[in-house]
Design a protein around this ligand. Structure first.
Ligand code: TYM
Length: 370
């Protein structure tokens, strides 16, 4: 018996040595594997916590964020410092920050794989914004169309924060040296400015401190239009609730808003023509995006359909995609407030640590006593 077991252990010895060698090799690589070092780059994006998020935010941004979690390191911010460029009721803002966190998670942002936090919890955003602001010519800010739209005729009364908003946005991205920024089409100009600011800073100190962030304007619905007016962007600030579908809307509300959406009457069948049929084209774009197919594919079954039949089909698809998200947001807000707070705190801790590394480098370069 003894001899047998000796023979046995002698026989397996080389294999066990081999196995332990493999394990040692693997464990050395484990931190890198866990940290996902094979990922392609760092993604940063954010949404303002001003009221409930809508279908445009989902299709233009958050759905892309969810998809990028497998391939990239991801940081998703609730940009509350941006929100106060327009006065916010403090209680409503606090609630909205939590609802936005719940919305990210309900849409599929996974706090185990992505960092989720609120911007004001990481002071580095404001600090880097100041430093970058000292490298941003006024002429660049004067070109920003969003400021012109938002300030409108009352430009003299517009607050400084609204004007310097794009510099803060550049700081958000550059603080983490993000390489990719998934956003809707309306943020394109701000991202071009962020690249210009990064370039200006790098040139000033003759160092490649910041990578030039790549805008990712992806998916079939990068500019979702209002359900009441096909020439206007779907927006939180539109006074008509029927102009947008909130991610917190229940199934009945989603259906009602789609059935009441503006549509033309003078054409036969349903087909895409953004110029002549902006509202129907917008609804087709939404359907295609929700089904993850091209517009040509989405419109095929409706060549001979009327508006009602088409809208009913769209409502079915919208309800089946969006109402589980809405139910989950409601559940998180009702039952999981402590959990949501802990996700934000954990996210802010991680972001603060990452931001300090960049800030130290920046302090050194600009000549502060690091
Ligand atoms: P915000 O809060 O206006 O919008 C959040 C995201 O939703 C996209 N979006 C849309 N996409 C398609 N159709 C629409 N109708 C629609 N409306 C909004 C926006 O393009 C955006 O991606 N400045 C940003 C927030 C921000 C940010 C950042 C983004 C601050 N810092 C750094 C990226 C990186 C804003 O106000 O987004």
């Amino acid at each position: 018996m003894k001899t047998k077991s000796k023979q046995y252990s002698a026989r397996i010895m080389p294999f066990s040595v081999f196995l332990s060698f493999i394990l040692v090799q693997l464990s050395a690589k484990l931190p890198a594997i866990m940290a996902g070092n094979q990922k392609e780059g760092l993604v940063f994006s954010g949404v303002q916590p001003t009221g409930n998020l809508h279908l445009g935010n989902y299709l233009g941004a958050i759905r892309q964020w969810v998809r990028m979690q497998d391939s990239h390191h991801c940081i998703y911010c609730i940009v509350d410092l941006h929100a106060i460029t327009v006065f916010q009721n403090p209680e409503a803002l606090r609630e909205s920050i939590l609802t936005t966190a719940a919305t990210y998670i309900a849409c599929g942002v996974d706090p185990k794989r992505s960092i989720i936090f609120n911007q004001s919890a990481v002071p580095g955003h404001s600090e880097l914004a100041w430093i970058l602001g000292c490298h941003t010519p006024l002429g660049w800010l004067n070109r920003m169309t969003q400021f012109k739209e938002k300030a409108g005729k009352h430009r003299e009364n517009a607050v400084l924060g609204l004007y310097s908003y794009p510099v803060l946005m550049a700081a958000d991205i550059l603080l983490y040296k993000a390489t990719h920024v998934p956003v809707g089409e309306d943020q394109k100009q701000h991202l071009e400015l962020a690249r210009d600011i990064a370039g200006a800073f790098n040139r000033a100190y003759n160092q490649d401190v910041f990578p030039l962030p790549e805008p990712l304007i992806l998916g079939g619905a990068t500019r979702v239009m209002s359900l009441r007016d096909g020439s206007k962007k779907m927006s939180k600030s539109d006074e008509s609730d029927f102009s947008r579908i909130h991610l917190t809307d229940d199934a009945d509300t989603i259906r009602r808003k789609i059935m009441k959406a503006k549509a033309d009457m003078e054409f036969d069948g349903i087909y895409y023509d953004a110029e002549k049929r902006p509202e129907i084209s917008n609804l087709l774009t939404i359907l295609a995006a929700l089904q993850d197919v091209s517009v040509e594919e989405a419109q095929k079954p409706f060549a001979n359909a009327g508006n009602k039949e088409f809208k009913e089909a769209l409502a079915d698809v919208a309800v089946s995609t969006l109402s589980p998200i809405s139910t989950e947001i409601q559940r998180l807000i009702r039952d999981e407030r402590t959990y949501l707070m802990s996700i934000l705190e954990e996210g802010a801790d991680k972001s603060r640590k990452l931001s300090e590394v960049t800030l130290q480098e920046v302090h050194q370069l600009v000549g502060f006593l690091a």
